[in-house]
Design a protein around this ligand. Structure first.
Ligand code: NAD
Length: 452
């Protein structure tokens, strides 16, 4: 399931053909390994607003070296620009003034983060200027190249201290395949959760120590990686999968010192069985990842009822019912995290996938509908979703060659992502420091052109 084209582009013949024919030239993406620093290099910080003074100290707590002055020599691994102080369209030129002189000094796989204020929370020309940041960051993401990424983080006034886990994720190789995204922190009502109380973890290497994580569809593909990454971060994982996958699931969960439950999540009593197991064996749950999913593609003109029903049942109805049961029984601990796995098909639509895209757009609606409810409830439980693009798994291995090639290249990174890229994004949502990251849908798609 490797990317053969990417391998070919690094051969001598491949290099010549790529250069002369102008073919896509995917940069091998850096990915985080245990024990490595979050950022292997220096980050330049600048801008004007609520953040610029505190940024160097904040990055220092993460072990990230920063500078406020462009070094004469050496290259930069990241750029962070505080745009919260830009209040008119004319002031947007500060973006050009900061970025243009330094873009050529960036190393490969560099990270760029622009920080703004959620436009909906300000008025008049300030709202205009803050909204403009979105077009700027999405365009820079498409032109920056060399495996680098660009994101916009809107942080509500007062939620500054809650941005640390997000900066750690977006500045590190953990966000290898996330680009052109807009994240909102503190934009949904979150009674009781203050910026100051979040992010207090005893051991930064194990932010989920003592936590219990439920992962559906955990026996293979993206689910397997989610289980591995959450375990790496200290969680005890309860993996759920269908009985046919029992042996793979058990082997993995034994390896991860976790627990398992084999059932079909669409079964009538599945929500109650999961809830009962979590209650009796683990005393509740902290992280709920609705990863199990299926495709049953056919154009709508040929769509039989079974294809429609099964996809909606697994991808959408089951996550809704399981979440409701866990919440109603009070089994999700305070500051818990519920995470849906959507898809870019749910954003852009796709031929032959009316059922799948409806289910995945529904997952986004599920996040929208619960985010405010949970925020209002005031116990710090969040709900967010990832929307993977082309991720190299058994699911996408089944896609015909030509479609697969197009799917892999039509993004700013010119390559498919890996299951670990989705898993790292989920681990960021689950991090105790992400208590004000609520109601987000972040695409893990290398900034795919579809539905951009
Ligand atoms: P996969 O088919 O490799 O794994 C899905 C897992 O879910 C399997 O272990 C399967 O047994 C389990 N599952 C399916 N139906 C179930 C049920 N009724 N009850 C319990 N378990 C069930 O798929 P993947 O590529 O790893 O995808 C994981 C998730 O990511 C899915 O929700 C998928 O829609 C989504 N996704 C994947 C991609 C991609 O490119 N691979 C892109 C976008 C979204």
């Amino acid at each position: 399931m490797s990317d053969k084209y990417q391998g070919f582009t690094s051969t001598p013949v491949g290099k010549i053909l790529v250069k002369n024919l102008g073919l896509p030239n995917p940069t091998p993406l850096e990915r985080w390994t245990e024990g490595a620093p979050l950022v292997d290099g220096t980050v330049l910080v600048g801008g004007r607003g609520r953040f610029v003074e505190s940024l160097p100290g904040l990055l220092d707590t993460l072990g990230i070296a920063s500078t406020a002055i462009k070094p004469d020599e050496g290259r930069l691994k990241g750029l962070v620009f505080d745009a919260t102080g830009l209040t008119t369209a004319a002031e947007l030129v500060a973006l050009r003034d900061f970025f243009t002189p330094v873009l050529r000094s960036l190393e490969a796989c560099a990270r760029v983060v622009v920080i703004g204020t959620p436009p909906e929370q300000v008025k008049g020309s300030e709202r205009v200027a803050q909204r403009a940041l979105e077009g700027f960051t999405r365009s820079l993401g498409k032109e920056i190249g060399k495996g680098s990424t660009v994101q916009l983080v809107y942080v509500a006034d007062g939620a500054e201290a809650a941005a640390t886990s997000t900066l750690a994720f977006l500045l590190s190789p953990k966000s290898a395949y996330v680009s052109g995204q807009v994240v909102r922190i503190g934009a949904h009502a979150a009674k009781g959760a203050t910026g100051a109380e979040v992010g207090q973890v005893a051991d930064p290497a194990q932010p989920l120590a003592g936590k219990v994580a439920l992962v559906t569809g955990a026996s293979r593909g993206i689910g397997e990686q989610i289980a591995r990454v959450l375990h790496r971060d200290g969680a005890t994982v309860l993996g759920v999968d269908v009985p046919q996958a029992a042996s793979e699931l058990q082997a993995l969960m034994k390896e991860l010192d976790g627990d398992w439950l084999t059932l079909d999540i669409t079964g009538k009593d599945a929500p109650q069985r999961i809830a009962h197991h979590l209650k009796t064996q683990h005393g509740g749950v902290d992280v709920v990842v609705h990863n199990a999913g299926i495709t049953r593609d056919k154009k709508l003109a040929n769509m039989d009822e079974a294809r429609w029903e099964s996809v909606i049942a697994v991808n959408l109805t089951a996550p809704e019912l399981i979440t409701r049961e866990l919440l109603d029984q009070g089994l999700v601990h305070d500051h818990g995290s519920i995470i849906g796995v959507a898809s870019i098909a749910g954003i852009a639509g796709n031929v032959g996938q009316t059922n799948y895209a409806a289910s995945k757009a529904g997952v986004i609606g599920f996040v929208d509908s619960l985010a405010d409810e949970l925020g209002e409830a005031g116990n710090g439980i969040t709900i967010n979703a990832v929307a993977p693009g082309f991720i190299i798994t058994q699911m996408t291995a089944a896609v015909p060659f030509a479609t697969r090639e197009v799917g892999q290249r039509l993004n700013a990174m010119a390559q498919g992502g890996l299951p670990v890229d989705v898993a790292e994004t989920i681990a960021w949502y689950a991090h105790p420091g992400s208590s004000l990251v609520n109601g987000n849908v972040v695409r893990v798609c290398g900034q795919m052109m579809l539905g951009a």
